[in-house]
Design a protein around this ligand. Structure first.
Ligand code: ITT
Ligand code: NA
Length: 185
């Protein structure tokens, strides 16, 4: 089957393709800019985005809204992650975290799929913010995030390895399971 993925982020597309292609899902990226409202949760951002896009796309499609939530910063950048990444970047986050002992953080990903109805799939991965950037794979905050139980950052992992444990990989797992159960009927 063919599924449209609305995103401007090439890193996301690569991860989603790696995950879904072997399951026989062909991913077609559409780079349509949709409004991302100021909201308290990723779920609200996704719901608003889907409702805006569904008037403009006439086949099943999905979006992914993600964020990095840092405990000692009370969940910042969270829903502001895209803006913070563009402005402060990884260096800015490391600066904010200078001297912080509690470096716990988590990534969360919410996938919204629309096929006439909205279906949401989420994934979370816990870990910590490193003291310096490490690795050159992946994208975004990957060089400064080390998942729990690993001594590598996401940027030091291949896509397949990151997909097995990441927020997006876990959301994709739920999504793929749902597609399998619901498309055969
Ligand atoms: P869209 O067009 O899909 O919205 P985006 O890059 O704006 O792409 P988000 O709104 O989800 O994505 O913003 C999340 C921010 O967090 C953004 O700066 C990403 O680079 C970053 N991010 C999201 N997933 C990530 C991941 O798996 N690893 C590292 N950084 C990630
Ligand atoms: Na975005």
């Amino acid at each position: 089957m063919r599924l449209v993925f609305v995103t401007s982020n090439k890193g996301k597309v690569e991860e989603v393709k790696k995950y879904l292609s072997p399951l026989g899902v062909e991913i077609v990226q559409k780079n349509i800019e949709y409004p991302e409202i100021q909201a308290n949760t990723l779920e609200e951002v996704v719901t608003f985005g889907i409702n805006w896009l569904k008037e403009r796309i006439d086949e099943p499609f999905f979006i992914d809204d993600s964020g990095l939530f840092i405990e000692s910063l009370k969940g910042f950048p969270g829903v502001y992650s895209a803006y913070v990444y563009k402005t402060l970047g990884n260096e800015g986050i490391l600066k904010l975290m200078e001297g912080a002992n509690d470096r716990r953080a988590y990534f969360k990903s919410v996938i919204g799929y629309y096929d006439g109805e909205l279906h949401m799939f989420t994934g979370v991965v816990h870990g910590k913010i490193t003291n310096e950037k490490r690795g050159n794979k992946g994208f975004g905050f990957d060089p400064i995030f080390m998942p729990e139980g690993y001594s590598k950052t996401f940027a030091e992992m291949k896509t397949e390895e990151k997909n097995k444990i990441s927020h997006r990989g876990l959301a994709l797992k739920e999504f793929a399971q749902w597609l399998k159960e619901n498309l055969k009927k």
